[in-house]
Design a protein around this ligand. Sequence first.
Ligand code: 3SL
Length: 240
Amino acid sequence: MKLFVYHTPELTPTDMPECAIVVDVLRATTTIATALNAGAEAVQVFSDVQELMEVSEKWPADKRVRIGERGGNKVEGCDLGNSPLNVTSDIVEGKRLFMTTTNGTRALQRVQTAPVVITSALVNRRAVVEYLITKKPETVWIVGSGWQGSYSLEDTVCAGAIAESFVTEMGYPLADVAGNDEVYGAISLYLQWQSQLYQLMNCASHGQRLVGLKCYDDLKYCAQTDTLDVLPIQSEPGVL
Ligand code: 3SL
């Protein structure tokens, strides 16, 4: 098995791995994990707001929730912005979430032709590691969503948290599993910050952007590790 970490979707090669894990800790993949854990029927992702509106319009109004975020703010016409704190069971249970965000949904679309597509955040890291341990896919990419093409500290620390736990629990020598240098970098970053993940969120540029929007509780929530036992896995392109 070979594990690769890519800091942004733009850095991925053109071929596809057996399993792609998309990470957007702040906040798309944390919101996806939280919504599915709260009983959402599925989350369907879009990079384009107009397309989301057209597709979701065909769904029964009482069975859908539209989530839209641009620049951290709620998109006009959507029911919710991208805060994981909003996707509570009273709002999402039994409903399909139609979701578009600045970077996370774009990263998902980049790898949606891989045979297995999973999303991970820190909150559901354990469920993802258990999937890897059980299924042992031949090639795994962990893809950070970044911010508009640039590196995001919080996505790479989550990639490191997944890689570190998997390698340690399998007892594999890291050199046998690491497919690129980024795996070593991500694990080192995680080991350095693992007991201070909330502080790391506050240092991250997107964390600062969210602090500017007064999303303090979102940062605290997204910094938690292994709190949700949920594995968001693609059932058809763009649907988890
Ligand atoms: O970029 C994204 O996909 C979002 O997660 C960004 S935000 O945290 O909702 O602002």
